[in-house]
Design a protein around this ligand. Structure first.
Ligand code: NI
Ligand code: MN
Length: 227
């Protein structure tokens, strides 16, 4: 599987011949100016919650690519009103098979989820993506929660994508605990440095994970990693 980072919490996962794009926020992110949002290809767009920094480019990408939107019922309905009819609504605890080879479970996140125009965005979530190439956990925006232990009970997680920027989500120390809860050694950090409130010391973050026996990957925007 291949993961490409597009800044903030946006990344793509290529597995089983499909591309899944998560939380598209690219054209509004000054740090991601090297990425041409109109060149991103994808088969599915997965959205964790309704905040602007997770949905901003979704409408244009969905309309251009015809990709299927996967999110909670409220967010899917909001985009349906904008003409996005290729969608699959779900909610916390639900499972869906995207293809015969790729399955997704929507899991709990402790956060909020208002949409950019103030519409109620339902509950925030995260996703566990299952394929024969391994299971990955994308936490979305969340605080540390004991619910993460349930993920390790059900799944063998190969890689977790966790917010580490603090202030609006968990910070580095709690993200290390989250990695312990889901029993994963390999972590990709998300949701840091984009805004002044979430600037972090990247070297210290890597060292903190290393001291806990874990590897924190902080990808450059546009960089890919193959696992
Ligand atoms: Ni948020
Ligand atoms: Mn956010």
């Amino acid at each position: 599987m291949k993961i490409t980072y597009y800044g903030h919490s946006c990344f793509s996962l290529e597995t089983e011949g499909k591309i899944l794009l998560f939380d598209p926020f690219v054209s509004f992110n000054e740090l991601a100016s090297s990425i041409d949002v109109d060149s991103l290809e994808t088969d599915f767009v997965l959205i964790s919650h309704g905040h602007q920094d997770h949905v901003a480019d979704a409408e244009s990408i969905l309309k251009r690519t015809g990709a299927k939107l996967i999110s909670n019922y409220e967010i899917v309905s909001w985009f349906a009103n904008k003409g996005i009819s290729n969608n699959h609504p779900m909610n916390l605890g639900g499972n869906v098979a995207l293809t015969r080879e790729i399955k997704v479970k929507m899991v709990n996140a402790i956060h909020s989820s208002g949409l950019p125009d103030g519409t109620y965005g339902g509950n925030p979530g995260g996703f566990v993506i299952q394929s024969s190439e391994g299971n990955i956990y994308f936490a979305g925006d969340t605080a540390l929660t004991l619910d993460m232990k349930l993920i390790a009970e059900e799944f063998n997680i190969k890689l977790a994508l966790l917010p580490i920027g603090d202030n609006f989500t968990m910070g580095v120390k709690d993200a290390v605990k989250a990695a312990d809860f889901v029993q994963v050694k390999e972590v990709i950090g998300l949701h840091y440095d984009t805004f002044p409130y979430i600037k972090i010391d990247k070297e210290l973050a890597k060292k903190t994970f290393e001291e806990a026996g874990k590897k924190l990957h902080l990808l450059n925007i546009g960089e890919s990693i193959t696992l």
